[in-house]
Design a protein around this ligand. Structure first.
Ligand SMILES: C[S@@+](CC[C@H](N)C(=O)[O-])C[C@H]1O[C@@H](n2cnc3c(N)ncnc32)[C@H](O)[C@@H]1O
Length: 315
């Protein structure tokens, strides 16, 4: 059974966060809301695209890297995964660390989490699988109690890049407070040529555009809003100063949209900022990890220097 830890998936939180973001001077919506059932499936489709290098690059590092990690204390206990999505990368850890006895995937996308957990259960029948549908940016203190086991936290997909530096450090700090003895494996995307980055977040097939626009469809579906999808275009922008790709939805005309009973007006060219994807150098990420109370024990990277996998332990 899936455990629900906090009320994030209830309509009230979604409505108030969406309205709050759309009434700000610079309209912004947290990227966590991109992941409903449709959004999670579209994200899986993105990971299959040639243009989207992060998934295959991280997988190639992990395939080699986990073989060196079998002596980590957490490799013999409980695996807790943050933003587990399809749990596709998890198999690599479960195969490399056969002594893991508990798997606790945590994800905001409840149905997708349930399906992925079922697949893991079928593939590893002796593993206790405890899915938790939750927003991991909320205090993690309410996690269903883990038995007295060493913990390995897995945080792949460069999801940490969705956060501003201070938020990322805060998130790592919350993880350390909830699981102070844990070892943590984190996947982090690195800075690279702007062209490669833009193509990864604005692919020629248009899957990333559909992923971004699904947010408007979700707001229409769940809040009875009146967004006309054809009037908003997907934009991916490289913000060099912040070392991040930003995803936006740009209003193609001056228009007014009804959202949850409120009229929201848009100027032509005005955008809703829907995602950040920070690209962190080794120094930048080490600084964030230290700020969150972790030290970098080890790191590995692909041949192009595009993506890094770090192992962290509490300072
Ligand atoms: C970039 S995807 C990565 C998915 C998968 N881990 C991978 O490596 O391919 C981010 C995942 O984190 C989940 N997610 C995003 N924000 C979240 C939040 N605040 N709390 C819980 N899950 C979140 C999404 O539902 C999605 O599955």
């Amino acid at each position: 059974m899936t455990k629900h830890m906090s009320p994030v998936t209830q309509d009230g939180t979604f409505r108030s966060e969406i309205l709050n973001g759309l009434t700000m001077d610079r309209k912004v919506i947290s990227s966590k809301w991109l992941y409903d059932d449709v959004g999670s499936h579209l994200f899986e489709a993105i990971t299959e695209l040639d243009a989207y290098y992060p998934t295959r690059t991280e997988l190639s590092i992990l395939e080699r890297y986990v073989k060196q990690c079998s002596r980590l204390p957490g490799a013999r206990g409980a695996l807790v995964e943050l933003g587990s999505g399809s749990s596709r990368k998890t198999n690599l850890l479960l195969d490399a660390f056969p002594d893991l006895s508990v798997y606790m995937p945590i994800d905001i996308s409840a149905n997708h989490l349930k399906d992925a957990s079922e697949r893991v259960r079928r593939a590893y029948p002796s593993l206790a699988v405890i899915p938790v549908a939750a927003d991991f940016t909320q205090p993690l203190g309410k996690l269903p109690l883990l038995p007295e086991l060493p913990v390995l936290v897995f945080f792949p997909g460069s999801t940490i890049g969705n956060f501003e530096k201070s938020e990322a450090a805060e998130l790592l700090k919350n993880v350390r407070i909830a699981m102070p003895e844990a070892t943590m494996i984190v996947g982090v995307d690195r800075p690279k040529d702007e062209e490669i980055l833009i193509e990864a977040y604005d692919d020629p097939v248009g899957v990333t555009a559909a992923f971004n626009q699904n947010l408007l469809q979700r707001i229409n579906r769940e809040l009875g809003a009146t967004f006309d999808l054809a009037s908003f275009a997907h934009r991916a922008i490289w913000n060099a100063e912040e070392s991040r790709i930003e995803m936006h939805l740009e209003s193609l005309s001056a228009q007014s949209v009804s959202v949850g009973g409120q009229e929201i007006s848009f100027r032509k060219g005005e955008t809703i900022h829907t995602e950040n994807s920070h690209k962190y150098s080794e120094d930048a990420f080490t600084g964030i990890a230290n700020q969150g109370g972790w030290r970098v024990l080890d790191q590995d990277c692909d041949g192009h220097g595009w993506f890094s996998v770090y192992t962290l332990q509490a300072l």
